[in-house]
Design a protein around this ligand. Structure first.
Ligand code: AMP
Ligand code: MG
Length: 412
């Protein structure tokens, strides 16, 4: 049977970056930048005051001490948004507000707190007393001090964050090149499934996988196209595959129907009408995991058991969608922890819901009680998955093992 790493390699080789589209920067949060962005202007674009105060020539203040202020003539006022003031000469000062361009001739700004002025009063006298010396350039943000025109400021492959969106706005460019979001067509197959909110009949359960998978697709940078519940018949399943092709999805993702049951038609439909690459992986939970293509579109069939679906998604589907979405490929960083109780395994590579905690300097980990692959509640209680390598049958208490924290997963 295929090992997890081999299956993953085979699957990932079938995915590449989506095409590029140009969108307004205000829609770009979480999208992946497809080209480097270069600044067209210096930042700041003009030298301006960092403080409310008075613009001066610092050479006028060489002798200033708190007990020995200097008196300068006020020749004007510049507010943020003003421009084109007169040249400042020795002995003169100009009232200046934060963000306002520094007048020619001035080479420093004295904070209003270091003068005798009160900007909150309406009456401003014609002279100012300055109580503190300033150095050349003090309280001035010089043109180009952040970056110069032509500098690369955002790198292709970045997942855009709020500060990047602000930066794009600051650059004054309306459009930004990003990778298209991969469209992921989802359906859940199962005659026992009922949509949440509707009453259950005997032997029925609510469909949870569609919703878990759609939200997982969102968080990996994809766009879910969810067709809901499909009955366990060959005809309906085939028709749904065709419908997803018409909807131009980049990936078909299903839950259920890939195992050994009489009504497990998903895999069989793919075998007959598409190409099936593999349908079993040496892992636990989630051995029946199918991969192939339908009309040239990649297909991943996850098992219906919710924990299997989640684990299969995290190992195989999330990296595939991230690659489609153009996200940078980062190696998964597992942590090491001390096993808090003995653990049995069955020789398959296992991913078990668990909870890790700090004990002094040591990280310890304990599997969640009921490890049934049907027990989604275990994942709700867990904060990581314990990874038991293939061929291992048992692990003693105090063994050091690898864990995959959910926090790390969410960043991947
Ligand atoms: P299957 O993979 O179709 O054999 O299903 C395995 C188990 O998962 C069965 O107990 C199903 O009832 C359950 N199951 C299948 N699909 C879903 C779903 N969409 N949501 C929750 N449980 C499911
Ligand atoms: Mg089923």
């Amino acid at each position: 049977m295929l090992q997890v790493s081999e299956a993953r390699k085979r699957l990932l080789s079938q995915f590449k970056k989506c095409e590029i589209e140009r969108i307004h920067f205000s829609e770009a949060l979480g999208r992946v930048l497809a080209e480097d962005i270069t600044a067209e202007h210096d930042s700041p674009q003009f030298s301006h005051s960092a403080m409310d105060g008075v613009a001066v020539l610092h050479s006028d203040l060489m002798e200033v001490e708190p007990s020995h202020p200097v008196l300068l003539d006020i020749t004007g006022k510049i507010s943020a948004g003003d421009f084109g003031s007169e040249r400042l000469e020795n002995g003169q000062a100009v009232l200046i507000m934060t963000g306002a361009p520094v007048p020619e001739g001035a080479d420093a700004v004295v904070r209003v707190e270091d003068t005798n002025l009160d900007f909150s009063s309406e009456i401003i006298s014609s002279q100012v007393k300055i109580y503190r010396r300033v150095g050349a350039g003090e309280n001035i943000r010089v043109q180009g001090e952040n970056y110069l025109a032509g500098s690369p400021v955002l790198q292709a492959g970045s997942v855009l964050r709020s500060q990047d969106v602000g930066m794009l706005a600051m650059l004054g460019q309306a459009e930004v090149p990003v990778y298209k979001k991969p469209r992921v067509g989802i359906f859940s197959s199962g005659d026992e499934l009922v949509e949440p909110g509707k009453p259950l009949g005997e032997g029925q359960i609510w469909n949870s996988n569609s919703y878990m998978l759609s939200s997982l697709v969102d968080s990996c940078g994809g766009e879910a196209v969810d067709l809901g519940i499909i009955r366990d018949t060959e005809v309906e399943i085939l028709a749904t595959f065709e419908e997803l092709i018409d909807l131009e999805v980049d990936l078909i993702l299903t839950s259920g129907g890939v195992s050994m049951g009489i009504h497990d038609y998903v895999r069989r439909v793919l075998e007959e009408h598409g190409e099936l690459d593999f349908w079993r992986v040496n892992m636990r939970p989630g051995k029946p995991l199918a991969f192939g293509k339908f009309r040239g579109v990649p297909f991943v069939g996850l098992p219906g058991n919710p924990v299997s679906s989640f684990v299969g998604y995290k190992i195989f589907v999330c990296p595939a969608i991230s690659r489609n979405a153009g996200r940078p490929e980062m190696p998964v960083e597992y942590m090491k922890a001390v096993l808090d109780e003995p653990l049995r395994s069955d020789g398959r590579e296992s991913y078990l819901p668990a909870s890790y905690f700090k004990d002094g300097e040591t990280l310890r980990v304990r599997p969640i009680g009921n490890q049934s692959s049907g027990n989604l509640y275990a994942l709700v209680q867990a904060n990581c998955l314990i990874i038991v390598p293939a061929s291992v049958q048992s692990l003693k208490q105090e063994s050091i093992i690898e864990i995959w924290s959910f926090r790390e997963m969410e960043q991947g």
